[in-house]
Design a protein around this ligand. Structure first.
Ligand code: FE
Ligand code: FE
Ligand code: ZN
Length: 300
């Protein structure tokens, strides 16, 4: 009964320039995708254009006419937000997150993906406590329906959220539990030491500790590094250490069928690979010449 459900797939797209969200939807359509993920501005800074410049209504119309359900469209919070840092000046991270949630709510999306943060030397326990304290503050000051999806991380540096126990700690200790979910990232799981080639047992473990129903989005990236490398360098779908078959099993896993699958794979030179990657995924057939074909298509 689950197999006739439609695959929900898309990629990271840019929201910038004149086109803003309209351009993001146009790019999505050109990739043969039916959802997308975006940052509300540059991921590495906190400068944001006014919400009036996002062209929300035009974009929604375009989504509707092309079978893109806005409930499947994901926003990613900028990675400068570090809720695990006790010494964030004037509580900058939490305050910026509150503004970000407000933008997401005005755009009309349901889910905001957030990196849990890095403890920057304070230690795991201290860092996790700080995250919980800051999330409680955020939810005290925001009454929207936006759900924050805590992303599973690679464990680079002092990153938290590198194992399911740390994710559980956050979900268990935040007061407004209905405001939280999880986004898993296949590259990060691998880099954090999980054997994703045995994905069903990874999901079993997640289910025991956190609950598989909490997973509302899936980042489907290959990894440039071996299991446990704690590096976080994404590779194109099927071209890395995970490989095509493993990634396809993740994409089509029946337990995750309702979660949007999002590619955050690297561009090939200056070209987005998503159209060709989505083609491979829909055909369930690896195209080892994908990168070459992409460059040829553009006359390079
Ligand atoms: Fe992320
Ligand atoms: Fe990710
Ligand atoms: Zn990553």
């Amino acid at each position: 009964m689950m197999n006739n459900k439609k695959l929900i797939i898309g990629s990271h797209v840019q929201v910038s320039g004149e086109g803003m969200l309209v351009k993001a939807v146009e790019d999505t359509i050109s990739y043969g995708a039916n959802t997308f993920m975006f940052y509300t501005g540059a991921p590495q800074n906190s400068q944001r254009k006014p919400i009036s410049s996002f062209r929300i209504e035009e974009a929604k119309k375009l989504m509707k006419n092309n079978g893109i359900d806005i409930d499947n469209v994901i926003v990613h919070a900028p990675y400068i937000i570090n809720l695990a840092n006790k010494n964030s000046p004037d509580n900058f991270a939490s305050k910026f997150l509150i503004q970000e949630i407000d933008r997401v709510s005005k755009i009309g999306c349901r889910y905001l993906v957030l990196h849990p943060g890095s403890h920057v030397g304070a230690g795991v326990e201290e860092g996790l406590k700080t995250i919980v304290k800051n999330l409680n503050f955020v939810f005290e000051n925001d009454n929207s329906n936006v759900i924050i999806l805590i992303e599973t991380m690679a464990g680079k540096g002092t990153e938290l959220g590198k194992n399911f126990g740390e994710i559980k700690y956050i979900l268990d200790n935040v007061e407004k539990k209905d405001r939280l979910g999880v986004c898993i990232d296949s590259c990060h799981l691998n880099d954090a030491g999980y054997d994703v080639s045995n994905f069903d047992s990874v999901l079993d473990e997640f289910d025991k500790i956190v609950g598989v129903d909490k997973i509302k989005a899936v980042h489907i990236n290959d990894s440039k590094n071996v299991k446990g490398a704690a590096k976080d360098r994404h590779e194109n779908f099927g071209f890395g250490e995970l490989g095509f078959e493993t990634l396809i099993k993740i994409v089509y896993n029946p337990r995750l069928i309702d979660a949007p699958k999002i590619l955050e794979t690297p561009w090939v030179e200056d070209l987005p690979p998503y159209k060709l990657e989505i083609e491979m995924i829909r055909n369930k057939k690896f195209n080892e010449n994908m990168k070459k074909e992409l460059l040829n298509l553009q006359g390079k």
